[in-house]
Design a protein around this ligand. Structure first.
Ligand code: COI
Length: 353
């Protein structure tokens, strides 16, 4: 794929690490590529970061025809830059496109687009501990019509955001509450796709949880409202009597790359892992009895985020006395060690830019 590059005539500057937060600072450039039914994907370009021009009738604005990804570039101790399993994100982007009827991209082109943009903006990859360059590819329909039909025009865009910790308190365990009214997704719906609509559907419950002093919700399945599914924007794992239990992929849960990596790491250490249905009754019973030893959320943005308290209606339990557990810490250390290149990468998960 040929990518033209137009340099930003007014380059910005990477802010100090303590001013980064998550997803609010953007780099000098973005990648853009257009799609039409006649031409397919064309005009791949890296241009100065700035507003996109689309029709007010563009289907994405009315019908939410959008999918996205999240991955990171890391500064390694030798000053290099590397990505973590980016091919997994490209493959998932295409699966999400398939679910929403959006045109897929050639996986090699997707990878080339990510690497080329990160390379152009490599000075924006921060190097303070815990920081990284968050990469947000997204793809949406620009069909300028209110008619409901298949997609004939689309755009694929990638933006970059130097970021610190997703939660402001970093690795400090967070309180989360079970959401009992809204549901995020149903089997056969779009839960497994990484599409904007899933997150829009989660907003109300997320706001309510924050109002009540929790950092996010724990979703239940949309049919029986009985089984634990995922957290707000991240997968979840529970250590129960020495075994790590994580909700199985039923079709309404995001196939997290961090989830998959944690399962592979845990298995390589000989820790038993069960991907299965976990009812909220079982979870709260083990929390009450003390058999719930640790709980944590996993995601690209959040990495490993320990859960220190679980609430479900009147029931409210501390997990591991509100402290980070040994296994959560070990997972965090190992995963981030591989990502930042301070530990060996026996699985071949990283790739240099
Ligand atoms: C990610 O972890 O990359 C995500 O997509 C979470 C995001 C919704 C904040």
């Amino acid at each position: 794929m040929n990518i033209t590059v137009t340099k930003n005539p007014h380059p910005g500057k990477l802010p100090p690490a303590d001013q980064l937060g998550f997803g609010s600072v953007f780099t000098d450039h973005m990648f853009v590529m257009d799609y039409t039914g006649d031409e397919g994907w064309h005009d791949a370009r890296i241009v100065p970061y700035g507003p996109l021009s689309i029709s007010p009738a563009a289907s994405v604005l009315h019908y939410g025809t959008e999918v996205f990804e999240g991955l990171k570039a890391y500064r390694t101790p030798d000053g290099g830059v590397q990505l973590f399993r980016p091919w997994e994100n490209v493959a998932r982007l295409n699966r999400s496109c398939d679910r929403l009827g959006l045109p897929q991209i050639d996986p090699d082109d997707g990878l080339q687009a990510i690497k080329s943009l990160v390379d152009v903006d490599r000075d924006w990859v921060p190097n303070d501990p815990g920081t990284s360059l968050y990469i947000r590819p997204f793809l949406f329909s620009t069909d300028p019509t209110l008619a409901l039909h298949g997609v004939h025009e689309a755009m694929f865009v990638i933006i970059l955001s130097p970021s610190g910790s997703y939660f402001k308190d970093g690795l400090t365990p967070v309180p989360i509450m079970v959401e009992t009214e809204d549901v995020r997704a149903v089997r056969g719906g779009t839960g497994e796709a990484k599409c904007g609509g899933n997150y829009a559907a989660a907003n109300r419950a997320g706001d309510k949880a924050i109002e009540k002093g929790f950092s996010q919700v724990l979703w239940l399945d949309g049919v029986e409202r009985k089984y634990v599914e995922e957290g707000g924007g991240m997968n979840v794992m529970f250590k129960i009597n020495g075994t790590v239990v994580t909700p199985m992929l039923t079709g309404s849960i995001l196939r997290g790359v961090t989830r998959k990596s944690c399962i592979e790491l845990l298995k390589s250490w000989g820790v038993p892992v069960e991907e299965r249905l976990l009812s909220v009754d079982e979870l709260f019973d083990v929390a009450k009895s003390g058999a719930l030893e640790e709980a944590w959320c996993v995601g690209t943005a959040a990495v490993i985020s320990p859960i220190g308290e679980l609430a479900w209606g009147e029931r409210d339990y501390k997990v591991n006395e509100g402290k980070i557990g040994a296994l959560s810490q070990k997972l965090y250390d190992e995963l981030t060690g591989i990502q930042w290149g301070t530990k060996p990468d026996p699985f071949g998960w990283t790739c240099k830019v």
